[in-house]
Design a protein around this ligand. Structure first.
Ligand code: GLN
Length: 447
């Protein structure tokens, strides 16, 4: 803990942590040392973990990086965090992110931007930018983030660490401040596959407080990392041939595929004709869900209330106008538009149907193949400000991550070399629903 506290202090300018639980972490470390001496320590004893600012932790502030939640103190602890604590992990602090998880660069945060430790003029990715940089810069052993459309995998790729998004419903969402409830998934950042798998086996599994959490059995993932079979791997022609793809990322991805062939695995190119429809589907459905989820922030129940209001209506209006950032407002407007009576069928219903097609296509492909391999992102970490005036360019950053989110299947990003500027490249591996054990084992083989 002292080692990490020291690092957090010397690297404070990266702005990864928004709050450090210094005193309680040191005390907890002492207690755990005693438990270790008695042979009674939990599975995660020795792990020091940071949590994204959208996860509730009783008695601590949670802001979702938004001014509207300023001063809001969590009344209960999210299930994922509770399970970490039960197994003696130490929660060292709260990590910066894009407001309500909306963004791909961590530039939309009331706490300010997070710097990529590899090159401080570049973004760390988003929305879980703080969680990624905390692991990248050795500020903690591992961290929790959330992934709605790529927010764990994309920042993991940009910072050269491992980022895992499990199957939708694999980890309870209780205590996670919602963005788009049918997509939101808690995910894990770490430097090794083994650490990642160990944390997964602790936090995954059914939870009585989240009726959508799966009852399917969980496995001791960290003990199932040995991979010896011959894999059937598909790669998507349209992703490799995408004009948006940075040439070095294409090269590195093809290299892995060649290597797999050489090692006797079956590697096949398949066509993914729906690629062009994934982003519009994702942004229609997530903004719709966000507009509904964010209606609860009205100045009455949580955090900020405008001091300039003179009656009830102006209190709602001013609180929301002053409390939400620009990107969040854009999404609330988009969401209410696609849900409005005259446009509901044209946008929302249509997008639900396309979601179903994408999901079926992906699941069918995963009946024939064990894994789908594709780049995590079209480019490596870009410079601050490069996309901030162009929301569509920013949304395009999610081109390769949203397929797994729309389909609900698990996906992981692992480091796959660097570009000419020394920026990390990510390789994404997708498996069928609830195949986390297989995904970890194959990732372990690849790293
Ligand atoms: N960048 C995507 C978005 O802004 C993904 C965010 C996320 O996964 N939370 O919606």
């Amino acid at each position: 803990v002292s080692h990490y506290l020291q690092n957090i202090q010397t690297k404070a300018h990266l702005n990864a942590f928004v709050e450090v639980y210094e005193q309680s972490s040191l005390e907890k470390a002492k207690q755990i040392d005693e438990k270790i001496a008695l042979g009674k320590a939990g599975k995660l004893a020795g792990m020091v973990i940071g949590i994204k600012d959208v996860l509730c932790y009783e008695g601590h502030e949670s802001n979702a990086s938004s001014a509207i939640l300023k001063g809001y103190e969590a009344q209960f602890t999210s299930t994922a965090v509770q399970r970490l604590i039960q197994e003696d992990a130490i929660i060292i602090g709260r990590l910066n992110c894009d407001e309500f998880g909306m963004g791909s660069s961590n530039e939309n945060s009331v706490h300010g931007k997070v710097l990529n430790a590899q090159d401080e003029s570049r973004v760390p990715g988003g929305s879980s930018g703080g969680s990624a940089v905390a692991v990248q810069a050795n500020l903690c052993t591992a961290s929790l983030g959330t992934d709605t459309g790529g927010s764990v995998r994309q920042p993991a790729a940009f910072t050269g660490v491992i980022g895992m998004k499990p199957t939708y419903s694999r980890i309870s969402r209780w205590g996670l401040i919602a963005y788009a409830s049918s997509f939101d998934t808690i995910g894990i950042f770490s430097k090794s596959v083994k650490d990642n798998a160990l944390i997964m086996e602790v936090i995954a599994g059914h939870d009585e407080f989240d009726s959508t959490s799966s009852r399917k059995p969980i496995f001791p993932y960290s003990q199932l990392l040995h991979f010896e079979k011959k894999a059937k791997v598909a790669y998507l022609k349209e992703t490799i041939e995408s004009p948006a793809l940075q040439p070095e990322i294409k090269e590195q991805t093809l290299k892995v595929l060649d290597q797999l062939r050489e090692e006797g695995h079956e590697v096949e190119e398949v066509s993914f004709p729906l690629l062009d429809y994934i982003l519009p589907t994702y942004y229609i459905l997530t903004t719709a869900e966000a507009s509904s989820n964010l209606s609860r922030f009205d100045g009455v129940k949580y955090g900020y209330r405008s001091p300039n209001a003179h009656n009830l209506e102006s209190m709602y209006k001013l609180t929301r106008t002053e409390g939400f950032g620009e990107e969040v407002k854009r999404r609330i407007m988009l969401g209410t538009f696609v849900l409005s009576a005259s446009y509901y069928d044209a946008y929302f219903t249509k997008a639900q149907k396309v979601r179903r097609l994408i999901k079926e296509y992906t699941e069918n492909l995963l009946q024939d193949f064990d894994y789908i391999l594709l780049p995590t992102t079209p480019s490596t970490a870009f410079k601050f400000g490069e996309h901030s005036d162009d929301p569509v360019a920013m949304y395009l950053e999610d081109l390769f991550t949203v397929q797994a989110s729309v389909s609900g299947v698990p996906a992981i990003s692992i480091p796959n070399g660097k570009d000419k500027n020394g920026m990390p490249i990510g390789l994404q591996v997708i498996a069928n629903s609830f195949k986390e054990a297989e995904l970890y084992a194959f990732s372990n083989y690849l790293t």
